[in-house]
Design a protein around this ligand. Structure first.
Ligand code: PLP
Length: 414
């Protein structure tokens, strides 16, 4: 059962939210965010001497959500990939020196900002290091390893292996550290984010083994010590009923064994860093949307006011999101495509989805939209972006107002 199933069965509350804030809206449950963060923190502390959580700001950068995360875990850092993500992280009171900055094909401007803020720079290539030296020399550096394999829910979110634009191949990475060492850097980390949305524990074990082989090799050849190994994000959540959530305790127990078998001296072993996005915010957010029109064509369509401009993942990757009719738990009576108002035939939130009887104005929820939902939403067709609301028990507050058409043109001086 979905962790928010009970909440979304509360028809009175959801109708009240729709009346108060309009639709479509992103709704986040603070209780679930708290559970997700605490569970991860507790498990990591019980299996590792030293660890650090850098929340992946790209998954959802609402500053109010970041502030709540900092209140729950005061030591939290951010995984940032742009000056904008560093900006909002700092606004939320998260110390940039606790953040990792992972760009790719970074401009010297990006590198300068990350360096000035004091984030732990994690470079995607040796060529990035050359550009970095044009703006300054940090005290510490990390490089992103491409271990030659990766895994993600979709090929588009597999971020290592031969087809990936990310990371430095294993056979070249030693040169990167050598160049950094020659330049005078003495503190080192290594990062490897090889794919997103993984529910397979064995994959993470295999990945950490490959990382540790590399860190040991680099340490031996260059006589350096790694302060941390970051496995990036990639910890998946179930998007479908039949998927099983990760067993945190079993997973991190296995990972600690891999790390501490590789480093016999536990005290000097690198700290384990993780950069979770989906795992923290994915299942804590949903979209509340309203049926605008029903159409029986060659297929049956349910038109809703949240299309691909509001939730991009289905159009972008064919991602699956559970959809429920608010206040209804009976049986299905047909098969429908869910689509929005966008002039693109890829504007589908779901395809061939069995669904119960439905009418115009009914309220619908699209689940697991907390990560890469609002963050990937856009203005195509000049549609203003949705509002965002935070639920804390029975109370709720607007954490981003709905965009207006005027907002869209605010840079055009009209
Ligand atoms: C460098 C880096 N870290 C962390 C993440 C977060 O991944 P996830 O949401 O799968 O945890 C990403 C996602 O693309 C990433 O690129």
């Amino acid at each position: 059962m979905h962790p928010l199933r009970k909440l979304i069965q509360n028809e009175d509350l959801l109708s009240h939210l729709a009346q108060t804030y309009g639709t479509p809206i992103y709704v986040y449950d603070l209780g679930r965010i708290t559970e997700n963060l605490n569970r991860l923190e507790t498990t990591l502390s019980s299996h590792f001497n030293r660890h650090h959580i850098c929340y992946a700001v790209k998954a959802n950068s609402n500053p109010h959500l970041l502030t709540e995360m900092r209140k729950i875990l005061p030591n939290i850092g951010g995984d940032c990939s742009s000056p904008g993500e560093l900006f909002v992280t700092e606004k939320a009171g998260i110390d940039p020196t606790r953040c990792i900055y992972t760009g790719n094909y970074e401009s010297t401007y990006d590198l300068k900002i990350a360096l000035e803020k004091g984030a732990y720079l994690n470079l995607d290539d040796i060529s990035s290091f050359k550009r970095l030296l044009m703006v300054g020399l940090p005290d510490r550096i990390s490089f992103r390893l491409n271990p030659g394999f990766g895994k993600g829910t979709f090929s588009q979110i597999t971020t290592a292996g031969e087809n990936a634009k990310f990371g430095i191949p294993a056979e070249k990475i030693i040169d990167a550290y050598r160049k950094a060492q020659d330049a005078g850097i003495k503190q080192f980390g290594l990062q490897c984010m090889a794919g997103s949305g993984n529910l397979d524990e064995g994959y993470f074990v295999e990945l950490l083994r490959a990382i540790v082989l590399n860190t040991k090799k680099i340490e031996n050849e260059l006589s350096i010590r790694f302060e941390f190994i970051s496995m990036g994000g990639g910890l998946g959540i179930p998007y479908k009923d039949e998927e099983t959530p990760l067993n945190y305790d079993r997973l991190f127990r296995q990972l600690s064994k891999v790390l501490y078998d590789g480093y016999a001296d536990q005290e000097s072993a690198p700290a384990l860093w993780v950069e979770p996005g989906k795992l923290i915010i994915g299942d804590a957010g949903f979209i509340l949307t309203q049926v605008t029109g029903l159409k029986a064509s060659y297929k049956n369509f349910i038109g809703i006011d949240a299309g691909m401009e509001t939730l991009m993942r289905p159009a972008l990757y064919g991602a699956y999101h559970r959809i429920y009719k608010v206040g209804y738990s009976g049986s299905n009576n047909g098969t429908y495509d869910f689509t929005g108002p966008i002039c693109e035939n890829t504007d589908r939130i779901a395809v061939d989805r069995p669904f119960p009887p439905i009418a115009e104005d009914d309220l619908i929820v699209i689940m697991d939209a907390g990560a890469y939902g609002y963050a990937m939403s856009h203005n195509f067709n000049t549609r203003p972006r949705a509002a965002e609301v935070l639920l804390d028990g029975d109370t709720h507050r607007l954490i981003r107002r709905r965009e207006t058409i005027e907002d869209i043109f605010s840079g055009c001086d009209v």
